[in-house]
Design a protein around this ligand. Structure first.
Ligand code: NAP
Length: 517
């Protein structure tokens, strides 16, 4: 059985602390141990800043992009191996594992191409020079240059590969070395990934390190040039961003947290239309992919009252036909949750929803499980709730139930009511507007925009060609206001700038132009 280790200061290092067992969530068997604690985190930071940073900053965007391309190829070359660990330790189906692994390789490749486009430069000019003062002799211009510290990447359990890749791609392209901290419960995939990336010998020494276990002492040692990119629950995000050391030094912190994402339907969508079929496809996919453990999963389906019956009926038919069980069996379409804690949290969330809403489908523990020993495995749902009265609606907007669970919320069909309900989520990563009346769709999309990081638009003319909301794209920003953390990742060059400092230069035009090229 493997014992997973950290990779710091150019070597794989066993921690001195206790060994933490990592489980197969379908069988509850121990599949690996993580050796956590006792790693010299201060030395890791110095190694990154003194060795990795200077070499990365000496390279151009095109050269850093080449590194990312090689990392993407390494992941693609070992796809099957990584999918296996994802199934065994994450409880994902093969499809769920692919989503994470291919997402990681695809994101790195997208940023490799961006690096190539940015070319043989080390910094990024921001806008054109502007004349300042009265005459034309003085000019000002902004420039982004790589921050001189380390980027600490803290990731959630649900995307051990993609979560790392989206942060690492942007940080490394900017010219910052990274220290990755995967969630412990599903660290096997992250550990395997680290072994592969180190063996590929692509990155300069100090550009990539990985730490298993707690990183609080590392965060407390961070300084003004460092960056923290966090993904996880709102609670942990608040703890991290409130650390006095981070506040004192103005450390840049990006938080990606919970989200009550919505699908909002109206504007003339009819049962049986193309938009209707896309709605069903997307809701089912977002409920079941990675067992609903996606930050972008659709937690609320806001539909006109008249559509509730047909929607619940079709969802029930399709969910009832799902094969649930141990994802080691390739016929299984819905696996367990990743940990006992996640399972208990989802069961508790469902028990609370039961008090206020109607249960339209499912039970906390599914009845028929394929290849699962009695009483074993961290299974939940799938479950569909319908929230009809105001109290039920309030409950549906309170907590994120991080599993294969969604709540249908009937409403009048009026655009203003749709907007008001979406906003109640308090800040979302993504929301899809399903509408065949374009004016209605545009009103709702614009009305919710300040509350949502990404708005997906679907109509019947798109005829199923739209991408599901849960697919995060490297060219578009990922993040959301309010409870979603207030952060922003990816979005092409925008995600890279997070790891760079923007400086305004002013002076004689000739000097400014010569300095900034
Ligand atoms: P979590 O419990 O908050 O943990 C997230 C990460 O923080 C883990 O690596 C965890 O390490 C680490 N951590 C825990 N306590 C810490 C502390 N005091 N200081 C620094 N790091 C600490 O979240 P999770 O259960 O892994 O993930 C589920 C949540 O993530 C859900 O709420 C989901 O919505 C959210 N999520 C959001 C996004 C997004 O992009 N917005 C994406 C994916 C997931 P250990 O595992 O070692 O405790």
């Amino acid at each position: 059985m493997p014992t997973l280790t950290s990779y710091v200061c150019g070597a794989f290092a066993s921690g001195r602390g206790e060994l933490v067992p990592l489980l197969n969530p379908a069988t509850e068997e121990v599949v690996a141990h993580a050796s956590c604690g006792g790693v010299d985190l201060g030395a890791a930071r110095v190694f990154a800043c003194e060795q990795g940073g200077p070499v990365l900053r000496s390279m151009t965007f095109a050269q850093r992009g080449e590194l990312l391309g090689k990392l993407a190829a390494t992941i693609a070359d070992h796809r099957d191996l990584l999918i296996e660990t994802s199934v065994a330790n994450g409880g994902t189906t093969r499809g769920g594992g692919k989503f994470d692994i291919d997402g990681a390789a695809g994101t790195l490749q997208a940023y490799a191409e961006l690096g190539k486009k940015l070319g043989d430069v080390h910094e990024l000019a921001d806008g054109e020079p502007v004349s300042i003062g009265r005459g034309a002799k003085l000019a000002g211009r902004h420039l982004h240059s790589a921050r001189e510290g380390v980027a600490v990447l803290i990731n959630a359990f649900n995307f051990p590969a993609w979560g790392f890749a989206e942060k690492a791609a942007t940080a490394l392209l900017a010219g910052m070395p990274v220290i990755n901290k995967p969630a412990t419960a599903t660290a096997w995939t992250a550990a395997k990934l680290a072994e592969l990336l180190v063996a590929a010998n692509v990155l300069p020494a100090g550009a990539f390190q990985q730490v298993l276990g707690g990183v609080t002492p590392l965060l407390e040692a961070l300084g003004p040039q460092d960056v923290v990119a966090f993904t996880g629950s709102s609670g942990t995000g608040t703890t991290v961003r409130s650390l006095p050391a981070l506040l004192r030094h103005g450390v840049r912190v990006n938080v990606e947290a919970d989200s009550l994402n919505a699908a909002v339907v109206g504007g003339g969508v009819e049962v049986g239309s193309s938009a209707w079929h896309t709605l069903l496809r997307d809701v089912l996919r977002e409920m079941t992919e990675k067992s609903g453990q996606k930050c972008t999963a659709t937690r609320r389906v806001i539909v006109p009252e008249a559509l509730v019956g047909p929607l619940v009926e079709e969802l029930t038919d399709r969910l009832g036909a799902l094969r649930v069980g141990n994802p080691a069996n390739r016929e299984v379409e819905l696996g367990p949750l990743a940990t006992k804690q996640q399972r208990d949290d989802v069961h508790a969330g469902c028990a609370r929803m039961r008090k206020f809403t109607e249960v339209a489908f499912g039970t906390e523990r599914p009845e028929k499980l394929i290849d699962v020993a009695p009483g074993k495995g961290f299974f939940a749902g799938p479950m569909v709730f319908v929230a009809r009265d105001p109290k039920a609606v309030e409950e549906a907007h309170r907590d994120e139930i991080f599993g294969p669970v969604t709540t249908v919320i009937p409403y009048s069909g009026a655009a203003a009511d749709a907007i008001a309900l979406v906003r109640k989520g308090g800040g979302m990563l993504v929301t899809t507007v399903f509408a065949d009346d374009r004016e209605w769709g545009a009103t709702v999309a614009k009305g919710i925009a300040p509350w949502v990081g990404r708005v997906c638009l679907v109509d019947s003319k798109s005829d199923g060609t739209t991408l599901p909301a849960g697919m995060v794209l490297p060219d578009l920003i990922h993040g959301g206001p309010g409870r979603a953390g207030g952060g922003e990742e990816l979005g092409g060059i925008r995600g890279v700038q997070h790891y760079m400092a923007r400086t305004a230069f002013q002076g004689p035009r000739a000097l400014v132009e010569r300095l900034l090229g």
